[in-house]
Design a protein around this ligand. Structure first.
Ligand SMILES: [Mg+2]
Length: 167
């Protein structure tokens, strides 16, 4: 028997190694080496490109999918588009999902606001995301939030949090 709650997975910083890919795109070791102006320039250069379709998976991507499947039997994607490039980001992220994820997600939402999905379909749902703001808003909206940064955290963090969630 699986839990009825939907496990929503973020892409950038969780399943997709955005920070690695963006540093490579900008030709630096870490995006923090960029000045504010350079950062804005590099983000602008992504507009209309296939950047989001070609990001490598994070090392824990497949394990996260397996944990979600073990918990819920399926998972869905809840990701945000790049500002000023929404239509193209949605297309590129859907290509990324097709190329990299197996099994494919139940549903895909690429939207700016995540919290309206906290109780989507009448269940108290789970969000795994690297942005503190997203987690705070999700919890305020009545969901379970797990903050996970693929380049910093151990996969066991997700495992333990899922065990702690009582449904
Ligand atoms: Mg993210």
């Amino acid at each position: 028997m699986h839990n009825r709650a939907i496990v929503f997975l973020d892409m950038d910083g969780v399943l997709a190694d955005f920070f690695r890919a963006f540093a490579d795109w900008a030709g630096v070791n870490h995006w923090k080496e960029l000045t504010e102006e350079e950062l804005a320039e590099e983000l602008d250069r992504i507009i209309g490109s296939d950047f989001f379709a070609n990001i490598p998976k994070t090392p824990s991507c497949d394990q996260i999918i397996q944990l979600a499947l073990g918990f819920s039997g399926s998972y869905s994607i809840l990701s945000s588009p790049l500002r000023n490039d929404e239509e193209n980001t949605i297309i590129q992220k859907k290509i990324w999902i097709q190329k990299n994820l197996s099994p494919l997600p139940e549903e895909i939402f690429i939207v700016r606001e995540k919290f309206p999905f906290a109780q989507y379909q009448g269940t108290k749902n789970i969000l795994i995301d690297d942005r503190p703001d997203n987690i705070i808003q999700w919890k305020e909206a009545g969901g379970f939030g797990i903050r996970y940064q693929a380049n910093k955290d151990d996969i066991e963090l997700i495992e333990k949090e899922l065990i702690n969630i009582q449904l």
